[in-house]
Design a protein around this ligand. Structure first.
Ligand code: DON
Length: 325
């Protein structure tokens, strides 16, 4: 960062001015109380709906945060792009996409439904993410114990977040498990349709899915994760190449088409950026080659996206020329 600054090569040369502009957008979204806290998982319903935090991290590590940016929340579906990226890195897109499709589903994220050739539609749907967990379990880490797999996953997510706040929330995990009938149904449905690789164990795959949903970040650490994607897989804080650039390209393409649930088409039309939301209230926004942004507000719109996160993204592309078209 210092070297880039000295050479006048920062990606956001006037970061002070940028901060003020982002703050204005943050404040413009603050007073809306549209949406409601997710309650289909009891533990999520306990979250305070008033939280609102935004954090930005440029690809050269310039950072700033606003509001409740150090409150922990669970990644939920924001974990999906990253487990997909890990599977791509380990197995390559050919193998991964033998088991999971590319197409947006246009349906709610946990719809009991398979796409073309009886494959889950894409890795951003629950079915697709459970399948990605199965690939990780059975094709790449099959020789590790469950405990070792958990540690590996935790360390992988820690690397993505530049070793910043990244924990596991056991109570959310238990709550997911106890009330995860739909996800169990999805996993069984895929088993019935012979979707899994041969030696895969449905139960441990589902368990891994619940575990990654229950990883906890803050807007600050989430912004670093988004920035790692914006920076072609190299974490801007530690300099570690966590994912291959070609895996990140694939991840961003699928985020662009399917990252915002059954709002993805509208989001792509209005905002044009790869993004991923989770029912914990997080939204990861990636501005490739420039920065990552994480917003956090647990009030969700009907489709499961954070209402303030959506407002923020729309105002962001109004203010800056981040919409690519
Ligand atoms: O599977 C679930 O219900 C949650 N653990 C994750 C949901 C989420 O954020 C929405 N997903 N696409």
């Amino acid at each position: 960062l210092i070297a880039r600054a000295a050479l006048n090569q920062l990606i956001v040369p006037n970061f002070e001015e940028f901060k003020q502009q982002i703050e204005a957008i943050y404040l413009a979204c603050k007073d809306s109380n549209r949406g409601k806290v997710a309650d289909y998982i009891p533990q999520l319903a306990k979250m305070n709906g008033d939280y609102w935090g935004v954090s930005v991290c440029s690809i050269d590590g310039q950072r700033h945060s606003f509001g409740d940016s150090s409150i922990p929340f669970t990644l939920q579906s924001c974990s999906k792009p990253f487990i997909y990226g890990l599977a791509l890195d380990r197995l390559g897109p050919e193998v991964v996409h033998r088991y999971v499709g590319f197409e947006p589903s246009g349906r709610i994220f946990n719809k009991l439904l398979l796409g073309e050739n009886n494959l889950p539609h894409n890795p951003m749907m629950n079915s697709g993410a459970i399948m990605v967990c199965s690939l990780l379990q059975s094709l790449t880490y099959q020789n590790l114990s469950l405990a070792e797999k958990f540690d590996l996953m935790l360390n992988y997510f820690r690397s993505l977040s530049g070793l910043e706040y990244l924990e596991f929330c056991n109570s959310v995990y238990m709550s997911e498990f106890e009330t995860g009938d739909r996800n169990f149904a999805l996993a069984h449905y895929m088993k019935d349709n012979k979707c899994y690789p041969e030696n895969s164990d449905m139960k441990t795959s589902l368990n891994l899915y619940f575990q990654v949903c229950s990883l906890e970040v803050t807007a600050e650490s989430g912004a670093v994760m988004a920035a790692t994607l914006a920076n072609a897989g190299e974490c801007p804080i530690t300099g570690e190449q966590v994912l291959k650039p070609e895996s990140v390209r694939d991840v961003l393409s699928v985020m662009q088409s399917s990252g915002m649930y059954d709002y993805s088409g509208r989001f792509s039309f209005r905002v044009g950026l790869p993004a991923k939301s989770g029912v914990g209230g997080g939204v990861l926004l990636v501005i490739p080659g420039v920065m990552g942004i994480c917003t956090f507000s647990p009030l969700l719109e009907e489709q499961g996206n954070s209402a303030k996160g959506l407002d923020f993204a729309k105002l962001l592309v109004k203010k800056f020329v981040f919409h690519p078209y």
